[in-house]
Design a protein around this ligand. Structure first.
Ligand SMILES: C[S@@+](CC[C@H](N)C(=O)[O-])C[C@H]1O[C@@H](n2cnc3c(N)ncnc32)[C@H](O)[C@@H]1O
Length: 386
């Protein structure tokens, strides 16, 4: 299946990335003590679990919501540690551990740091599983940004600015400039020295409050390289321990497996050395949604301010948003009705074949052949079965 191919290719890039694996190895070796119990949140192929086992962990709980956990099981068995690892194949927030842990390790760090939801994930794991005095890896994230020129020869945003076959596609622009674009930055794209706009502590004390630690901050820049500013680039520096760090800075000589986040401004802006750029970034919902404000002041006194947000990048017509209204009673469309039928029957103990037959009888226009119904049920059964 393509998704399994994509998952393997992705995880291959992760374990091949020495700039990522080495600091985690050093951190685990310095934090995990013989006899410790460890939770590896988002274990992937199991590399961090293996490192914890080798460092002497008595037991490690390897948790991953994706099918990659099946591969982790094989790899850990092949390396002789199967008797010291429990695999838990679900979202960590749903996982129950039978004992508290000494160390929680998690590489769920996104391109700009927070977008893979490491904050809510670690807060939940820390509150439910960590022993008093236990440790987290990483223990802090520093979030960096800088004004950038877009990292493609032909910026993908400009597609919307130009006619295609003589037609005007510019209606897309107001959405596209309000979306996070994962791209890979190199030193030539960065117009001013990157600055840390926010440090997020991931210690048990910092994760103890009702609210998540704030991911927000402001940074000011002096343009050091003239060019056209298309937006802001973001990256991170993770403090795995007090003295072991890991970064995906675009200024590194060779890139890591991470990309970077690029946040556009509404219009490309020629900037000169000495111009001032002020950026305010704010993440919502633990890091998934970003708002970014950018103010440019030229040496000559001109200025412009741009305000952007992921919320504005959502293709949200009033029709699409209708079911979100608290007073809406939207009912179920055909897909919803088919799912309801299928889940009810699977839960009642029907076989895949019986459900497929029943579906075809009740939704004949959706399934031209028995085979179509069977394929549909098998896909859903893979997703929802016990
Ligand atoms: C960047 S990969 C890291 C994999 C592995 N730890 C490594 O270092 O190579 C992140 C993994 O975490 C999993 N993941 C992310 N958030 C999770 C969560 N809250 N619960 C369980 N798995 C999660 C993803 O499915 C993915 O396999």
């Amino acid at each position: 299946m393509y998704s399994d191919y994509a998952a393997l290719t992705y995880h291959a890039s992760l374990i091949a990335d020495e700039r990522r694996v080495q600091p985690f190895q050093s951190a685990i070796e310095s934090v995990v003590r013989p006899g410790d119990v460890v939770a590896d949140v988002g274990c992937g192929t199991g590399i961090l679990t293996l490192l914890a086992c080798r460092a002497g962990a008595r037991h490690t709980y390897a948790i991953d919501e994706g099918p990659i956990i099946e591969l982790a099981r094989l790899i850990i068995e092949k390396n002789g540690y199967a008797d010291r690892v429990t695999f838990i194949g679900c979202l960590s927030t749903r996982a129950r551990l039978p004992e508290p842990v000494d160390v929680i390790v998690s590489e769920t760090i996104g391109n700009y740091g927070a977008e893979e939801l490491i904050l809510p994930t670690l807060r939940d794991a820390c509150r439910r599983w960590l022993k008093p005095g236990g440790k987290l890896i990483p223990q802090a994230l520093e979030l960096y940004c800088a004004p950038i020129t877009w990292p493609e020869a032909k910026p993908d945003l400009s597609v919307w600015r130009e006619p295609v076959c003589g037609f005007d596609f510019s209606s897309a622009l107001s959405f596209a400039v309000n979306q996070q674009h994962p791209r890979r930055l190199s030193p030539q794209h960065v117009l001013a020295e990157g600055r840390c706009y926010c440090r997020v502590d991931l210690t048990p004390a910092a994760l103890d409050g009702d609210a998540l630690p704030k991911v927000a901050g402001t940074a000011s820049f002096r343009v050091a390289q003239p060019g056209v500013m298309h937006g802001i680039g973001g990256w991170f520096k993770a403090w795995l321990t007090e003295d072991i760090t890991l970064t995906n800075s675009p200024l590194l000589e060779s890139p890591t497996s991470w990309g970077h986040v690029c946040l556009p401004i509404a219009e490309p802006l020629p900037v000169a050395v000495g111009d001032e750029v002020e950026v305010t970034l704010r993440a919502v919902g633990g890091g998934g949604v970003l708002c970014w404000d950018v103010t440019w002041r030229s040496v000559g006194g001109e200025s412009k301010t741009f305000r952007h947000s992921d919320f504005e990048g959502w293709l949200a017509t009033p029709e699409r948003l209708r079911p979100l209204s608290p007073t809406a009673a939207p009912g179920l469309g055909v897909e919803g009705k088919m799912q309801l039928f299928l889940l009810t029957k699977l839960d009642a103990g029907w076989t895949v074949e019986q459900v497929a037959r029943g579906l075809r009888e009740s939704f004949s226009s959706e399934f031209p052949t028995d085979e179509d119904a069977l394929v549909y049920v098998k896909r859903q059964a893979l997703k929802f079965a016990r």
